[in-house]
Design a protein around this ligand. Structure first.
Ligand code: C2O
Ligand code: CU
Length: 550
């Protein structure tokens, strides 16, 4: 295994991801950021310089466990102090498992400003994936807003509340088309777009007939849940969040923010035609046009328009379609099985609330407010009063009706954390509910840092003790992100074997900003020496100043 070195500068740049020039956060002048490619067992060493000038920055390596390096998880206020302008921070960590991952900003709403890129881990030398393919493509999906993240952030925390609305454009590898005909783009000489920029030209997947390709698909959307389909072709799902799944064939896949998949595509259709790959919005009434890419059968010209029209995504509110896809995802034979029982069960009710008239999301009636001193340092050095004391609730009142808006929508803000016994097995039940408006319940993709978890069950309505008997303990899939469907619940199980402090939150950027997350701390006394650069703010900063480092 190798150490792979990267030197990055993060800063605002001009870019036209959808043929409209805006500023966004790039890395080394690139958007999306450079792709990291490594082999399982390698060490990644990123020297990150913040050139944002007026704000801090951190980068989270989504899906990487950070076993033994919790300070490299890249979460502001949780694992480290944000990197100040002109300062450099070194992220150094091991990638243990082959799979499709990505990285992104984890401070304020910087992810939505374009701070993301792909992280692909290949099997270690001498190891092989349990499926074969002739070539591969990487598709990093995102959504794009023309409104700046500052404007978005202020609106979300204003009274009256200003919602960000639907994104202007869906992007594939940082490229999309807003308000201009993609066909026009393809037919030479009839380009009706305002720009001559190649930045927003459609992605082309150049394939040979009768081969099998691996498509790596990851979603780092701010808001949108997506559906991906390829005209005339079926796909076989083989990987989810860096874990092998029992292969199954589909016409289309749903992918939520924070998830990744690999699918195998066999190019067995009429080779004289090209085909559309289309990405549409799920779970919210779409106001955003689908993103299109071309599957270009060689030797056809990539600008040859496909004969059949782009596949249409299922109705946005066809939740049965989404559920049946999620329920089909199961661990590949031979995958690690979960412990057969749990030591603790935490039930987390997801509600939309009000605090002093501000709109928030709460978990068991607590809206997460991050503290000025990152938890990892304050817990490791046992600093008093660095965050709110007390344990957040393990459950919610049995009288709460998840099918109706909250009768008392008043909530509170807190920075308290769940402390989990090291090496214990934990079940978490994510319970969805009605939001503030009647007959509204939304999809939330929940992501856990520092772990993979087994998805042991799903259900509609309110979770009941009896449901435990129906948990799938035989072949539940391992993942790091899982969705809760409207008015439903999802049960996960994980082993708290990774010393550190870990965020568990809804991956929708505005929802996290509105407090939709919790903090898990485990085995913090086993955390090794935290690099000083991660501690230079808040109370740990003061501790360093007075040289009180134990
Ligand atoms: Cu990709 Cu805490 O998130
Ligand atoms: Cu959410």
């Amino acid at each position: 295994s190798k150490t792979r070195h990267f030197k990055w500068e993060v800063g605002y740049i001009y870019a036209s991801p959808d043929c409209n020039e805006k500023i966004l956060i790039g890395i080394n002048g690139q958007f999306p950021g450079p792709t990291i490619r490594a082999k399982a067992g390698d060490t990644i060493h990123v020297e990150l310089k913040n050139t944002l000038h007026t704000e801090g920055v951190v980068i989270h390596w989504h899906g990487i466990r950070q076993f033994g390096t919790p300070w490299a998880d890249g979460t502001a206020s949780i694992s480290q102090c944000a990197i100040d302008p002109e300062e450099t921070f070194v992220y150094r960590f091991r990638v243990e498992k082959a799979g499709t991952y990505f990285y992104h900003g984890h401070y304020g709403m910087q992810r939505a400003a374009g701070l993301y890129g792909s992280l692909i881990v290949d099997a270690a030398d001498g190891e092989a994936e349990p499926f074969r393919y002739d070539g591969e493509f990487n598709l990093l999906l995102s959504d794009w807003y023309h409104q700046s993240i500052y404007d978005q952030t202020v609106g979300l925390s204003s009274k009256p509340f200003r919602w960000i609305g639907e994104p202007q454009t869906l992007l594939i590898n940082g490229r999309g088309q807003y308000n201009c005909s993609l066909a026009a783009h393809l037919i030479e000489g009839s380009n009706t777009c305002e720009t001559t920029s190649k930045d927003c030209a459609p992605v082309v997947l150049r394939v040979l007939p009768n081969k099998t390709y691996r498509l790596r698909i990851a979603s780092t959307t701010s808001l949108s849940s997506l559906n991906l389909a390829i005209g005339n072709h079926k796909m076989v799902v083989v990987e989810a969040d860096g874990n092998h799944v029992e292969p199954f064939m589909v016409d289309d896949i749903d992918i939520y923010s924070g998830e990744s998949y690999s699918v195998l595509l066999t190019t067995d259709q009429n080779p004289s035609s090209n085909y559309w790959l289309s990405i549409g919005v799920r779970g919210r009434k779409p106001k955003t046009s689908p993103a299109l890419a071309i599957v270009n059968y060689s030797p056809n010209s990539p600008s040859k328009l496909p004969e059949s029209s782009p596949p249409i995504a299922p109705e946005w509110n066809d939740y049965n379609h989404s559920k049946s896809f999620s329920y089909r995802i199961l661990a590949r034979r031979g995958a690690p099985k979960p412990p057969q029982s749990a030591d603790r069960r935490i039930v987390l009710l997801n509600t939309q609330n009000k605090i002093d008239g501000y709109t928030k999301w709460s978990i068991n009636n607590i809206s997460l407010a991050l503290p000025p001193t990152p938890y990892l340092g304050s817990m490791r050095y046992r600093l008093k009063n660095a965050f709110d004391a007390g344990t957040p609730p393990e459950n919610f009142p049995s009288s709460y009706d998840v099918m109706r808006p909250p009768t008392n929508p008043n909530s509170t803000q807190s920075s308290n954390a769940y402390v989990i016994r090291f090496n214990s097995t934990v079940d978490v039940i994510l319970q969805n509910a009605n939001a503030l408006a009647v007959n509204v319940s939304e999809i939330h993709p929940w992501h856990l840092h520092g772990h993979d978890f087994w998805v042991v069950g799903y259900g509609d309505g309110r979770f009941d003790e009896k449901d435990v008997a129906r948990f799938n303990l035989k072949n539940p899939p391992l993942r790091n992100t899982v969705v809760i469907f409207p008015y439903g619940w999802t049960a996960i199980r994980f082993v708290a074997d990774n010393p550190g402090v870990w965020a568990f939150h809804c991956h929708i950027e505005p929802h996290l900003h509105m407090g939709m997350g919790v903090i898990f701390a485990e085995g913090v006394e086993h955390v090794g020496k935290i690099p000083k650069e991660a501690l230079v703010c808040g109370m740990t900063g003061k501790m360093l100043m007075h040289n009180h480092l134990p």
